[in-house]
Write a protein that binds this ligand. Structure first.
Ligand code: NAD
Length: 514
């Protein structure tokens, strides 16, 4: 059977391509559809692997396996499921460097960033270790004479997760930790751009004692996604990715009777008031805009500089940019890696061009980085700073999803709020100020799901839930945390009375409680 290449081998010069398979019934399974996709090492630009793309029949086989595993897993005791969740958590912890190397090899993010992603994913595994507490229901004694009422939460059945390229380990952990801890069986369809971390996690889960069929991976593209959305045995779908696909997943999944939570794209604004500590704001803007090459849905992509904050802030940000070390993950001094694909890198360059054409000032141009080569090599682009951006510009209206920070100058706090309100996205936002009253007003006013006060990337910890508003999320529940438990379970309310022949009588009236 073909094996996925070792993490370290991915960046090598071997002409032989590794093959990334599915994971069904607790084992790697080679695809039979005859279709596959290329996986690149973004730091060299070379194809290193080929990933199998599932057919409708292969998805059906995966669902059948997940369905067969359901009765056994559902009835596994909470204590045993907890023990397994602890083991998964420990294995991911111990093997985190290998997992991080896989992220670097296929996504391109530098090791420190890859390890950061895994650390945040681990928090979700740790949350799920508390599943006995999280699954507790409620009990009301004596709601009527001799009658008790209680609510229990039960798993949905077979559930699926469809994940984006930018967090190939963490976003699957957002989903499967709570999904399997609550007693569901879970099918993961990872991004075809960096599919190997899913298989690595599958092996760790098996080692931890997860029974075959409880965690399944189907690799693929739209064919696999559509097969998931139409399969009658899949009860719920969690999705994270771009807004047009999130909307499609939500509409198609719910039309087929599934519970769906679909998280979409973002354009995150950071408001800097004139009273803010400019150095602190500049540090935060640079960290949040260029970390992971800007390929984060919570990246700051626009700074709204209010009043006098504009000039000193742009100067302070500009002064920090030459110090950012762009390079491959193999360079221990590199702070920012390449983009995920050449196509994505070129699209970002297109935004730089259109921004400049439409009147923005390119204060720092990432194309000047020595590693940027439009024709050859890795998919590198340096950091860019675009000042005097306006809402009408194409580059502002797009989710650039790259190492480009845009600055928009506004006169007042109210003008800043108008810009945020008019933007279709509502994932994350931040305000930088020393004024507690202004910050509190911002938190009250802003139509965005995750808010930072002097914190630029306010990703909630695992015991809260993650989710944006407006076009950044389709569905009712946010992801992971308490909302994740609610999403993957349904409530059942039992009204119970034990036989007492002395009080038994025929009564056709509506049940009364008093
Ligand atoms: P994407 O939407 O292109 O792909 C996401 C998933 O959908 C992948 O598994 C892909 O195979 C599948 N897919 C792609 N096109 C499809 C189609 N036409 N039909 C059915 N399935 C399809 O997103 P991406 O480029 O992998 O990830 C980047 C995007 O994800 C950005 O927009 C980013 O903001 C967003 N994102 C959002 C969050 C969040 O929490 N809101 C988190 C991470 C990433």
């Amino acid at each position: 059977m073909a094996q996925v290449m070792d993490p370290g081998a991915a960046a090598g010069a071997s002409a032989e391509l590794g093959r990334v398979t599915h994971w069904i019934d607790g084992a790697r399974v080679e695809g039979t559809s005859g279709r596959s996709g290329a996986v690149y090492d973004p730091a060299t630009g070379r194809q290193t692997k080929s990933v199998d793309f599932a057919s409708v029949d292969e998805v059906a086989r995966a669902v059948a396996s997940a369905r067969a595993a359901l009765p056994g897993w559902r009835s596994t005791s909470l204590s045993r499921r907890t023990e397994i969740m602890f083991r998964i958590r420990n294995l991911v912890d111990v093997r985190r460097k290998e997992l991080a190397a896989l992220l670097t090899a296929e996504h391109g993010k530098v090791p420190s960033d890859a390890l950061g992603e895994i650390a945040r994913g681990l928090e979700n595994l740790e949350f799920a270790c508390g599943i006995p507490h999280l699954m507790k229901g409620g009990f009301s004694e004596q709601v009527s004479g001799g009658v008790d009422v209680y609510q229990i939460r039960q798993p949905l059945g077979v559930v699926a997760g469809i994940t984006p390229f930018n967090f190939p380990a963490m976003v699957p952990m957002w989903m499967f930790a709570n999904a399997i801890a609550t007693g569901n069986t879970f099918i993961l369809k990872p991004s075809e751009k960096d599919p190997s971390p899913a298989l690595f996690l599958a092996e760790l889960l098996k080692e931890a004692g997860v029974p075959d069929g409880v965690f399944t991976v189907v690799q693929g593209d739209k064919v696999a996604v559509d097969a998931i959305l139409h399969h009658p045995d899949i009860k719920a779908v969690s999705f994270v990715g771009s807004t047009p696909i999130a909307k499609y997943i939500y509409e198609t999944g719910t039309a087929n009777g599934k519970r769906v939570q679909a998280l979409g794209g973002a354009k995150n604004h950071m408001v800097v008031l004139p009273d803010a500590d400019i150095d602190m704001a500049a540090d935060a803007a640079v960290s949040a805009a260029y970390g992971s090459a800007g390929e984060r849905c919570m990246a700051i992509s626009v700074v709204l500089a209010v009043g006098d904050a504009g000039d000193p802030l742009v100067e302070a940000i500009k002064a920090r940019l030459p110090k950012i070390k762009v390079g491959p993950g193999s360079d221990p001094t590199a702070e920012m890696g390449p983009l995920v694909t050449k196509q994505h890198r070129d699209a970002i360059v297109g935004h730089l061009e259109s921004g400049a054409e439409q009147g923005a000032e390119l204060v720092v141009d990432g194309r000047r980085d020595p590693l940027y080569d439009p024709d050859d090599g890795g998919f590198f682009l340096g950091v860019s700073l675009m000042d005097r951006v306006t809402p009408a510009m194409d580059s502002y209206r797009a989710e650039i999803f790259g190492p480009v920070l845009q600055v928009m100058r506004v006169d007042t706090y109210a003008d800043a709020m108008k810009v945020i309100d008019a933007n279709p996205y509502g994932n994350g936002t931040a305000i930088f100020t020393r004024d507690g009253g202004a910050a509190r007003q911002f938190q009250f006013d802003v139509e965005v799901g995750m808010v930072g006060i002097n914190v630029p990337i306010p990703v909630p910890v695992a015991y809260y839930s993650f989710g944006g508003w407006k076009a950044s999320l389709f569905g009712d529940t946010h992801m992971y945390g308490p909302d994740g438990i609610a999403f993957y379970t349904r409530a059942k309310v039992v009204t119970s009375r034990w036989p007492d022949p002395g009080t038994s009588a025929v009564d056709l009236g509506f049940p009364r409680t008093r």
